[in-house]
Design a protein around this ligand. Structure first.
Ligand SMILES: [Zn+2]
Length: 386
């Protein structure tokens, strides 16, 4: 994908030709990418734009008004864009702020990445992340919650199949919503042509989610051969979010992270890493996601996730695919973006160096284009040759 220029029709915001095929075409502008590598805009499949990466985000969130959360979301959306992330999937925000943010970005009121928004997650009473969620127990209540979220404009449903790390008093290994509850939500989403994502860390919860027909398993800490076989058979995606435990372990008590989150992280970290490696080796579809917003997991730090994946044995090309074409598939955006192809939206990232040789080069952002518009320029020279 090393090209010198890609012409862009601003009105349509589409890529109309690539490389030498561009010669002689009458275009509105020319992006000078000499010496840079051009990638599709990156796509983060798991973020929380209303959370800031503070040591105890759920504690802080409980004091946030809708307005507080909205300002955070606007700022964090900007940080994502500046890092070359042109699409995000927001898997949980209080007050459905991410849905309103998506609409504001689509209307051009503010700049940000394309947001695929779940709004409020659906959890059992007292379940993981209950302070930003709809609590629902039993199939009928889950059906009502699912329909409520779809009515509110959610692009997908986020469901809690197990406990999690940063909610006090819940165990990552324990199941939460039952299989019939998950199946009901998946069926409601499917009827509306929407997808689903399950926070699923423990083995039984992951199994429940796959059986229920979930689109993506988030975290997938305790995978084994049987679960991997089921994921391969049903085409379930894994979004590993390696950054989430990494940042908690890195910062620990010095960073004022609650003791319970540190203890749980210590217990799960090795299994999480091993599950990722096993799933990758077996050929499970892996879509990159950071869980940005969790402790010290700041927005705009997507490259760390790719570095962790490569550090654990994933090839550079596969890591980039997980953050572009596979992520686009998992977000149901592949017909619009996720690759540099004629006819697709001009979401592009130009970096110094070559991330196929050194994945950390995705940090060297020169320009970011969203829908053909230069939204971030870190090179002094103008990118335009008019
Ligand atoms: Zn999350």
């Amino acid at each position: 994908m090393d090209m010198n220029c890609i012409p862009v029709k601003r009105r349509l915001s589409l890529i109309i030709a690539i490389g030498h095929e561009a010669n002689g075409i009458d275009v509105d502008q020319v992006i000078d990418g000499e010496g840079l590598t051009c990638l599709p805009g990156l796509m983060d499949c798991h973020v929380h734009l209303t959370m800031d990466g503070n040591p105890d985000p759920f504690r802080d969130m409980s004091g946030d008004s809708e307005a507080d959360g909205s300002f955070l979301a606007v700022r964090n959306a900007r940080k994502q864009l500046d890092a070359g992330v042109t699409s995000v999937r927001n898997l949980g925000s209080q007050y459905n702020i991410d849905i309103a943010l998506r609409n504001a970005i689509e209307k051009g009121m503010i700049e940000g990445p394309c947001v695929i928004a779940s709004g409020k997650p659906i959890v059992m009473t007292g379940g993981h992340a209950h302070n930003m969620a709809i609590e629902a127990d039993g199939v009928d209540e889950v059906r009502k919650a699912a329909r409520t979220q779809l009515k509110a404009g959610a692009d997908l449903l986020k469901l809690m199949a197990t406990g999690g790390i940063i909610t006090p008093g819940v165990d990552p290994g324990a199941t939460q919503l039952d299989e019939d509850e998950l199946r009901c939500a998946c069926s409601e989403a499917s009827k509306a042509g929407k997808m689903t994502a399950a926070h699923a860390q423990g083995r039984e919860g992951i199994k429940n989610a796959i059986r229920a027909g979930i689109t993506t398993v988030e975290h997938g800490i305790y995978l084994d051969e049987e679960l991997i076989g089921m994921m391969l058979e049903s085409g379930t995606y894994l979004v590993p979010t390696l950054s989430a435990p990494f940042n908690i372990a890195e910062n620990g008590l010095d960073g004022d992270i609650p003791q319970h989150a540190i203890e749980k992280t210590k217990i799960v970290m090795d299994d999480h890493k091993n599950s990722f490696i096993q799933a990758y080796m077996a050929g499970v579809k892996i879509a990159a996601g950071t869980d940005a917003g969790t402790p010290f997991n700041f927005h705009g730090k997507f490259p760390k996730e790719l570095e962790l994946m490569v550090g654990y044995g994933m090839g550079e090309l596969d890591a980039l695919r997980s953050a572009t074409v596979i992520a686009a598939e998992a977000m149901s955006l592949l017909d619009k973006t996720g690759s540099v192809e004629v006819g697709k939206t001009a979401d592009l990232l130009l970096v110094e160096g070559n991330p196929l040789e050194n994945i950390s080069d995705v940090r060297n952002v020169a320009y970011v284009f969203k829908e053909g518009k230069c939204v971030t320029a870190k090179r002094e020279k103008s990118p335009y040759k008019v």
